[in-house]
Write a protein that binds this ligand. Sequence first.
Ligand SMILES: [Zn+2]
Length: 83
Amino acid sequence: MDNILFWLGFYLAMLVISTIIGYSKGNVVAGALLGYVLGPVGVVLLLFSKDRRMLPCPDCGCKIHRDSYLCPQCKQKVFKRLK
Ligand SMILES: [Zn+2]
C-alpha cells in the first residue's frame, strides 16, 4: 500500500513539475500531458524542448517575446508578424 502511495505521489509531483515547465515555455497542455504520460522522461523532454514564447524578429532575427508589439532591438513593429 505504501508503495502505491509513493508512486502516486511521484507521478503527481512529475505532473506538477512538467506543468510548471510547460507554463514557463508557453505550452501548459503539452507540459502536463508529457509529465502525466511519460513521467520523469517527459520532464526531461520538456526541459530540452523549444521555448515557444520567444520568436525571432522578422527584421533583425533577435529573439523576442511572441506578444511583443515592437522589437526591442530594431524598433520595428512586429505585432501579428511573428510566427
Ligand atoms: Zn528586430
